[in-house]
Design a protein around this ligand. Sequence first.
Ligand code: NAP
Ligand code: F7E
Length: 337
Amino acid sequence: MAVKKKALISGVTGQDGSFLVELLLKKGYEVHGIIRRASTFNTSRIDHIFQDLHADKKTFHLHYGDLSDANTIRKLIQKIEPDEIYNLGAQSHVRVSFDIPEYTANVTGLGTLRVLEAIKDYGESGGKKKIKFYQASSSELFGSTPPPQNELSPFHPRSPYACAKAFAYYTTVNYREAYGIFACNGILFNHESERRGETFVTRKITLGVARIAAGLDKKLYLGNLDARRDWGYAPEYMEAAWLMLQQAKPSDYVIGTGESHSVKDFVVTAFAAAGIDNWKKYVEFDKRYLRPTEVNDLVADTRKAAKVLKWKAKTKFAELVKIMVAHDLKKHGVEKP
Ligand code: NAP
Ligand code: F7E
């Protein structure tokens, strides 16, 4: 019988981590995830995959750790000896990164360096596996560079989050070139789902619409409605991440749908999907959601991913909004219109 491949995921409790675990288990991997100790349960996105601690042939394992703790990361890599590491862990909220820039740089930037150093040391101390590494890079790297953006477009980060991701991106490239590590950057444009964190704009809108439909709220407070994003469906993006590590050579890839829509488009489409007319009656501006520097327009040019990975986004904007609204209406006990 073939030996199972082992994967180690940081950020396993996040939106993407939860979809990646499902994907890798389906592909027959043994999956290990790093979770942070919290005073309340933080595993709601992966509870449905949880396997009893005492079960025979367990294929999904959780380990305590933190990207700010190099010692534990190193020990986990040496103990597990994974074939593939997916570094999805991050302080991932752009607006919040302006409030906690140093913490964001530590986890989102230096966290990547800590994982790569541990992989390097594992190899140099005689480790048997040639560990492959995936870095969750972001379209936020492009910042104010006009769309469409591809692998050759210049970076112009516009937030502490994006600056931290730029450090992580270049560290990944440097460890590939300097030490021959199979390391890839997936430069993923915004991807959303019914599991999206509730303070990111898409989920905030679909939850707000559902609460209004259920009679729980009267208003939805938002910031800049003019920003444009290339929004895709998260599970498909994890397939792209996996594909990057299955190629003969490591490289960096832009992943997105190739279409952009404004926050206002999202609002209009979400209210319509819930059967509510006149969205203007419910949406109020609140300046606290503005950012000191904004990213205005992101559109992915995914020709490289299409050619090399044979990957293409399947779920487009209108379908994505429908999936998220339907989920949140159901969550609030509202019948679909
Ligand atoms: P998410 O839902 O915010 O999940 C982030 C994950 O990182 C969570 O599991 C979180 O743990 C974990 N984490 C936070 N701080 C940590 C620390 N100090 N040590 C270890 N783990 C830590 O983010 P996502 O949307 O799934 O995104 C996954 C990755 O892709 C992130 O790196 C993000 O920056 C990047 N990215 C996302 C998008 C997107 O549109 N979703 C696009 C491009 C790139 P808790 O659950 O305990 O908080
Ligand atoms: O904002 C505007 C806001 O927070 C999108 C992260 O996953 O994708 C995400 O970063 C846009 C911005 O995502 C509100 O100003 C208006 O222009 O949903 P967001 P993001 O900043 O694009 C990238 C690719 C990542 O890598 C990140 O990790 O929406 N906006 N009103 C608002 N945004 C929020 N959050 N809340 C509002 O009320």
